[in-house]
Design a protein around this ligand. Sequence first.
Ligand SMILES: C[S@@+](CC[C@H](N)C(=O)[O-])C[C@H]1O[C@@H](n2cnc3c(N)ncnc32)[C@H](O)[C@@H]1O
Length: 361
Amino acid sequence: MTTVHPLVDTSLLPSATHEEKVIRTAHAFYEHLIGLWAPAIIEAAHETGIFAALADRPVTADDLAASLHADPRTTRVLLDALYAYDVIDRIRSTDSFLYVLSDAARECLLPGGVFSIAGKMVHDRRVAWSAWANLGEVVRQGTRTGTENDNQISERDYESLVGGINFWAPPIVDVLTDELRRRGADGGTPATVLDVGCGTGLYSQLLLRAFPAWCAMGLDAERIAPLAAAQGQRLGVADRFLVRSGDFWTEDWGTGHDHLLFANIFHLLTPASGQRLMDLAARSVSATGTVVVIDQILDAEREAKTPQDRFALLFAASMANTGGGDAYTFQDYDDWFAGAGMKRVATLDAPMHRILLAQRL
Ligand SMILES: C[S@@+](CC[C@H](N)C(=O)[O-])C[C@H]1O[C@@H](n2cnc3c(N)ncnc32)[C@H](O)[C@@H]1O
């Protein structure tokens, strides 16, 4: 398994005098600044075809450079950098090294797998790099504050991103499934799920696997809906997973759904559009149904006590970059729930996320 090792060992630095404290602080901040190296190095390997080449067999830097028509020395530099990040491994072979991609790393890094992060790398290169470079300008100008989804990620960009964040779903759905079972859900009783902005549909597809009598409908944009349908086939739930393509602001969602799922949707929205989406949810969920929000959610003080908090505080900056979104607080959600005639009935933690369950009053 890959471990994240610190790169700058601040424990070796004294901090008795003011100057020593300044130097130690500079070391700590420098480690944040070189965070930029990681995506640059990993995405360069993706872009040059190094991961695809290593997937075939372990190979030396010289052989890899020859097969990719690349420069041998910089190929070796990049391979060693990937090794330093624990992305690849290397084994000594006479006078050089063989570079190796583990089975798990291969499935993450090459396109095509359900949990591949290749789409995230494509998204970074198309959208995130330039957006991050523009964050100062966003801070000066403010993000947009319209009443609808102001996120500037295009459908084309979502085509790569949605698969690239699939790996988020399984541990979250495990936590959600346990809570739903605790509240009486069982595999034998039919229930319906509407997965709003479903992306690949993985959250509702995994729920269908856990609850064999349930059916789900995914709703997403025209270019994304076919991805969800294809993945439903791949995961063997296509007979219970339908997809509708359309804009969730204007489509009719129908009524009487037992579960309404919003996975990674509210963080895309402006505060005004958050209330509007919650109003639509309250109209569409059944009288005894549950609205499930899965998102980066903070407490009112925006504390950084847990990994979820820290991730959410940073995720908010990422959302500011690409639109009007944010990591909203429990209070924001409670206000939207109350405004829509609902109340929060459960709060759960999962990696990088919190899960809120709400019901109509
Ligand atoms: C961050 S992704 C989340 C996808 C999925 N729920 C997940 O968590 O993996 C946001 C999704 O919302 C969809 N979306 C955003 N605005 C939409 C709109 N107005 N109508 C339909 N889908 C929309 C995007 O196409 C994208 O698939």
